[in-house]
Design a protein around this ligand. Structure first.
Ligand SMILES: NC(=O)c1ccc[n+]([C@@H]2O[C@H](COP(=O)([O-])OP(=O)(O)OC[C@H]3O[C@@H](n4cnc5c(N)ncnc54)[C@H](OP(=O)(O)O)[C@@H]3O)[C@@H](O)[C@H]2O)c1
Length: 340
């Protein structure tokens, strides 16, 4: 009797928490029309059914980049899906065109593990596109392990941060010419737990468990996204190009695909019960990229469709400047490409 009472209370508490989290989610509330605007969304290809079929039900996997691109297309923008996997990207392009009836959706190859790919992508965009009104640096990954890219960088740091840093530099002239324009960086709440040290930012920690080290690299790369945003906003002051950063929340997407062992079962259970859907998770990106009330707002951090205060190390201007200089070196920026 006592046990069944506790069990009922646990279920009530679990349902109450679910209802609270659902009610807390804010919508972007933006009515902005994007006809005549061009938007680039990196990592926007994820929309497919899993191979895992339970009782003949296959599960749909969607990324927040895909939902962001879908939203921009539904507002009439020309949308460029910047993705590394041609098949997934073509599939996403086809689905977005079909759903929005906007034929002006294209995809271009972009692999964040390779500076050559980033440079080729930027060269192509600069040569063929008239304008860039919105750049969403969304592509990201976790659990990539202790590997280096062909450019000699720690893979998580390059994919999640340095390639986006390089891409933004290479597209900046066109973004400036299209002003008022917006750069949106997708970071993570994980940045709060970062232990970023400038001199070690490109090193995979080897003195701790590999999974913890992966988490630490992810957190460091996401703090770097925030510091990049505040520093870039200061450098772009007076240009009518705004740059903001956001936490999308905990969202049920493919980002957790490499979580190891038992932890994956726990994360999947939590994701199914409590994480935001990709549609809910994309709301803050869409809000920051399109909302008219954010015109001129720059260098700020957003969560759940509202501005929040920068916390701890994320508001350390000295660290931001040092990380910027280190990233210029890691991205192998030429002198003429640096932002003065
Ligand atoms: N889900 C969450 O709870 C959560 C929380 C905080 C922050 N975020 C951030 O939100 C962003 C989007 O993640 P998501 O949750 O939507 O996960 P996702 O579905 O896995 O999307 C990540 C996207 O990034 C792409 N990507 C990964 N590595 C790449 C590379 N080397 N080159 C080019 N593209 C690459 C992926 O492409 P492939 O399909 O080819 O791998 C995919 O399109 C990420 O920056 C992530 O850090 C997510």
């Amino acid at each position: 009797m006592f046990c069944s009472c506790i069990f009922i209370w646990l279920i009530v508490a679990a349902v109450a928490l679910k209802i609270y989290l659902k009610l807390r989610n804010r919508q972007n509330g933006s009515y902005a029309c994007l006809v005549g605007k061009t938007a680039i969304v990196t990592g926007s290809n994820t929309d497919f059914y899993t191979k895992t079929v339970i009782f003949t039900i296959a599960f749909k996997i969607i990324g927040i980049g895909y939902i962001t691109a879908l939203d921009f297309a539904s507002r009439g923008a020309r949308v460029i899906l910047a993705c590394r996997n041609e098949n997934k990207a073509k599939d996403a392009q086809w689905k977005i065109i079909k759903e929005t009836k906007n034929p002006n959706v294209i995809y271009k190859l972009l692999d964040m593990t390779s500076f050559e790919s980033v440079r080729n992508f930027a060269k192509d965009i600069n040569a063929t596109e008239e304008r860039i009104d919105i750049l969403v640096n969304n592509a990201g990954a976790g659990g990539l392990g202790n590997h280096k890219t062909g450019d000699g960088n720690q893979i998580t740091m390059q994919v999640n941060h340095i390639s986006g840093f390089l891409l933004t530099h290479l597209l900046l002239d066109k973004i400036k010419k299209s002003a008022p324009s917006r750069i949106v960086n997708v970071a993570s709440i994980a940045a709060r737990w970062s232990k970023l040290k400038v001199e070690k930012m490109n090193n995979f920690p080897t003195d701790i468990n590999a999974s913890l080290a992966d988490g630490q690299m992810y957190a460091n790369s996401k703090l770097a996204n925030i510091l990049f945003t505040t520093e870039l906003a200061a450098k772009l002051s007076g240009t009518d190009v705004t740059v903001n950063v956001l936490h999308p929340g905990a969202i049920k997407t493919e980002i957790f695909r490499r979580v190891p062992g038992i932890l994956k079962i726990i994360v999947d259970a939590l994701a199914n019960l409590y994480f935001k859907t990709p549609e809910e998770g994309a709301q803050t990106t869409i809000y920051v990229a399109t909302s008219k009330e954010l015109q001129g707002v720059t260098g700020k951090l957003f969560d759940n469709c509202k501005q929040i205060e920068l916390y701890g190390v994320a508001k350390n201007p000295d660290l931001a400047t040092k990380v910027w200089t280190k990233c210029e070196e890691l991205a192998k920026l030429k002198s003429a490409e640096k932002i003065k």
